[in-house]
Design a protein around this ligand. Structure first.
Ligand code: MG
Length: 311
């Protein structure tokens, strides 16, 4: 397809390089009702890596009954062979059992998934926020003891579909409790996509005030209200250099009415390319991959860039 690219025009205050933390195979596929065969998932990961995405979150070691789509975690890691191991192939682990399974499979990077709000902690983890931190504590310490890299996701950082606005202090408190466990990286999630740039700056400042510097923070924005890229550029301007994105924009948020969820990796790559920020991704190869995956899922990608370049 077309090799249209933006004109490169650097802007001051941007990082030299951004690490794209690709979440498509996990966050993107987890809510898909059509069961994707393990070999297709493995091919998806291989293609993403071939497109230049260094960091790809593979799957989640959740019990199969929770997320049937990701019930093949062991099989996927095995199918990937050498492509599936290393610190740039994290997996989600919901609890100690999940961690055990991941470590047995040869995984060396894991992520836990916390919530900034009580309602979502109850709905997603069946626990209060405090109880969920207690549950993650042994997971994180055992992972670190095993030499694994650990990421802490915090969802609902900019708003909650049941509680509405979420106070920044409350978000920072949850983030600090998780980072105090010894996690290597924090990913602040705008799960319903309601955040705006000033809010992003306020949260990053508040995190810095409690000692969580931008070098430890990744941002996970959703495009539900069309804010993901402006929020991303704002975060980059504050020194963040890890951005979560999902190839083709896979992964609608099940808690928001709109189907538009994760920031599409292609849309992010377009912006970074235009800004002259290094990212290592070949856009055409990535667009082709998302088109291929959309074919397996039976519907078009919601990514603007994928649509523009496939039109
Ligand atoms: Mg997401």
């Amino acid at each position: 397809m077309s090799s249209m690219l933006p004109m490169v025009q650097p802007r001051s205050g941007m990082p030299e390089r951004v690490t794209i933390y690709e979440v498509g195979p996990r966050d993107g596929l987890q809510n898909e009702s059509t069961r994707v065969p393990t070999e297709v998932k493995a091919e998806f990961v291989r293609r993403l890596v071939a497109a230049g995405l260094d960091t790809v979150e593979l799957t989640s070691f959740v019990p199969q009954r929770w997320v049937p789509q990701l019930g093949d975690a062991e099989e996927l890691v095995a199918a990937l062979g050498p492509v599936g191991v290393g610190r740039q192939r994290p997996v989600l682990v919901p609890n100690e059992r999940g961690l055990e399974r991941a470590l047995e499979a040869g995984v060396s990077a894991v992520a836990v998934f916390g919530s900034a709000t009580e309602t979502f902690a109850r709905k997603n983890l069946n626990r209060s926020v405090a109880e969920s931190v207690d549950m993650f504590a042994p997971v994180v310490s055992r992972a670190l003891d095993a030499g694994a890299w650990v990421r802490a996701y915090v969802s609902m950082c900019f708003g909650d579909p049941w509680e509405g606005p979420v106070p920044v202090e409350q978000v920072v408190d949850v983030c600090a409790r998780l980072m105090d466990l010894g996690c290597d990286q924090l990913s602040v999630g705008d799960t319903i996509g309601v955040g705006t740039p000033g809010h992003v700056e306020r949260l990053l400042d508040a995190l810095e005030e409690v000692g969580i510097g931008v070098d430890q923070v990744g941002v996970h924005f959703h495009d539900t209200y069309g804010q993901a890229l402006s929020n991303t550029v704002t975060a980059l301007g504050r020194g963040v250099s890890v951005v979560d994105a999902s190839a083709g924009g896979l992964g609608g948020c099940p808690y928001a009415r709109s189907a538009t969820g994760n920031l599409a990796t292609e849309d992010l790559v377009w912006t970074l390319t235009g800004l002259g920020v290094e990212h290592g991704v070949d856009l055409d190869t990535l667009v082709e991959t998302s088109g291929w995956m959309a074919g397996h899922l039976g519907r078009p990608s919601p990514s603007r860039v994928v649509r523009a370049l496939s039109g």
